[in-house]
Write a protein that binds this ligand. Structure first.
Ligand code: MG
Length: 180
């Protein structure tokens, strides 16, 4: 069984402060994200994306459009990392066992790919990401506002690479250090 890092997408890999991502060209990676993912991959983690995409239920987005966005994401990361799988939850209001804070996406991927959840991490920018990670039995890392339940808070890290914005590289380095 291998350890993994499950990354939330919006607000972790790419900026969604001003707008929802409904087209490939709207997916803008934060500075240092390819380098961060490369480090995580080289450290021996399987990499996954677990993203709530309730815009599908709401009709802002189709499965086909979302696939184009994720193809574009993988294209931008060529030469840095390969995601084992990009998992999304299309639900918004209807009862769902995959929409975070539910742990369904993580549990499904772990079973399918034989992931060692006890030594895996969920990285997210919302408390719902942290709840999902904790419920799935992972360590957790929080981007942005501090969540006292998280094992790592980006806001507390001092190994910073970028002055402003999300510093995923610092988070990944902290995860690797904690996992040694
Ligand atoms: Mg997010």
């Amino acid at each position: 069984m291998k350890p993994a890092i499950f990354f939330d997408r919006d607000g972790v890999l790419n900026d969604n402060v001003n707008k929802h991502v409904n087209k490939p060209e709207e997916l803008i990676l934060y500075e240092g994200v390819p380098e961060a993912l490369k480090k995580a991959s080289e450290a021996g983690f399987e990499l996954f994306v677990v993203t709530n995409q309730g815009g599908i239920e709401l009709g802002h987005l189709t499965h086909e459009k979302l696939k184009k966005i994720h193809d574009c994401l993988e294209e931008q990361l060529k030469g840095y990392c390969i995601f084992k799988e990009i998992e999304y939850c299309p639900d918004f209001k209807k009862a769902s066992n995959c929409r975070k804070p539910e742990p369904g996406m993580i549990l499904k991927l772990a079973e399918k790919h034989q992931i060692d959840l006890k030594n895996s991490w969920m990285v997210g920018d919302r408390d719902t990401d942290i709840t999902a990670g904790i419920t799935a039995g992972c360590y957790t890392a929080k981007i942005g506002k501090i969540d006292p339940r998280a094992d790592i808070n980006e806001a507390n890290l001092d190994n910073r690479h970028v002055e402003r914005g999300v510093d995923l590289e610092a988070v990944v380095e902290a995860i690797i250090t904690e996992s040694l």
